[in-house]
Design a protein around this ligand. Structure first.
Ligand code: SAH
Length: 379
């Protein structure tokens, strides 16, 4: 204790200063455990509990010595965020609202698949988003801050800890709130932990998809990391004028620069790039758009993923007509470009990025406290 300050004050400060366990590297944790007078292999045990044995507190880790569990509990938190809300949609998708220590909320979605063991988590990288795509709920109030690597990793850990025994998170899509590549450094640290076989979840890099609005320099930086992540570029329009309208950052970047960077990504990593295309009824779903998109991507080793617009309250867009979607697919395919349509998941729980948080925060402002959203009803 310094300067003869009362012990209680030191204790309080200590409690506030508890660090999230996964804000530290495994090496740091080993050094800390050894400093506590225990063997370094205890870290492995703690990680096993956190990643594979569904522990939700240090107290759950029954074969870790009690003294070490107490020390862990005094200095660290197992999770970087608190689970504030968990909603299950009609189709089984689960939306988690996580509260950060500064009171800000982030979202992630856990999607299962009845026919396979595939369990996908969609994670966020920022609170809000600064890209301003006109159809997206996440960016309506701009970006508040980057998530830390611990907060990014925490979304995977929280989702995994909620799965029944025997099930694991098998895939990650970085398609939640925020522009993934605007927070690339923290994202890389978090994904390294997800994919580390020794100190992480041991997930294959090939099962991780990073989605971006298309920041060319960051795409090249990601390509240079010697990782095998799948890149998805949110294109949404085949012409400069339309993309400027829908994705305002395009004015500063330009379609050609986005495509060149994506081509470089493929050249450097050997991984085929996916182009995401949110279909907005009457806006970018016409035959001329499909043909222009086909021409743009023809000959490129790429794939198009069409996303029917997920309505956001207050925004002036509508979902495309099913026959327009079908025609769009065959028009693009006629240029030799492969196309899939993304199934909309979790609509009844506002699973589109930024929507659940928005609903909670609007309620917060209106009534002073959050109310759970209706589960299983229409959104
Ligand atoms: N900033 C990144 C990742 C987050 S958004 C990016 O732009 O890719 C993930 C995907 O969801 C993007 O393709 C985005 O355009 C799409 N999206 C956003 N709002 C949507 C909505 N209301 N309906 C359907 N897709 C939406």
């Amino acid at each position: 204790m310094q300067g003869g300050e009362p012990r209680e004050i030191e204790g309080q400060a200590g409690a506030e200063a508890k660090r999230p366990l996964f804000g530290a590297s495994a090496d740091e944790l080993r050094a800390w455990v050894v400093g506590c007078g225990h063997k370094a292999y205890r870290v492995k045990q703690v990680l096993q509990w956190a990643f594979h044995r569904r522990a939700r507190s240090f107290g759950d880790m029954t074969d870790v010595p009690l003294d070490l569990r107490k020390k862990l509990d005094a200095e660290w938190t197992l999770f970087a965020t608190e689970l504030a809300f968990r909603g299950v949609a009609d189709d089984g998708a689960e939306k988690l609202l996580l509260r950060c220590r500064d009171g800000r909320n982030i979202e992630c979605v856990l999607m299962g698949d009845a026919e396979s063991t595939r369990r996908t988590v969609c994670i966020s990288t920022q609170v809000g988003c600064g890209m301003g795509c006109v159809f997206c709920a996440s960016g309506l109030k701009g970006v508040e801050r980057n998530l830390t690597s611990a907060e990014i990793f925490d979304q995977v850990l929280q989702a995994q800890s909620l799965l029944p025994p025997g099930e694991s998170v098998t895939h990650i899509v970085v398609m939640g709130m925020g522009e993934s590549l605007a927070n690339l450094d923290n994202l890389l640290v978090a994904l390294d932990r997800v994919c580390s076989p020794a100190d992480g979840l041991g997930m294959s890099q090939r099962r991780v998809t990073v989605s971006t609005v298309g920041l060319p320099e960051k795409i090249r930086k990601l390509a240079a990391q010697d990782r095998q992540y799948h890149l998805a570029v949110s294109l949404h329009a085949p012409t400069e004028a339309l993309r400027d309208e829908l994705v305002p950052v395009n004015e500063k970047i330009g379609l050609a620069a986005v495509l060149e960077a994506a081509d470089d990504y493929f050249r450097i990593t050997g991984r085929q790039v996916t182009y995401e295309y949110v279909m907005l009824g009457g806006v970018n779903d016409r035959r001329e758009h499909a043909r222009a998109l086909g021409k743009l991507l023809k000959g490129r080793k790429s794939h198009v993923n069409l996303i029917p617009y997920n309505p956001v309250a207050g925004l002036p867009f509508r979902r495309p007509e099913p026959e327009d979607v079908r025609r769009f697919v065959s028009d693009v395919e006629s240029y030799g470009v492969s196309v899939t349509i993304r199934r909309t998941r979790g609509r009844s729980i506002d699973a589109a990025c930024g929507q659940l948080r928005r609903r909670f925060e609007d309620q917060d402002q209106a009534r002073g406290e959050p109310e759970p959203v209706a589960i299983g009803g229409p959104s």
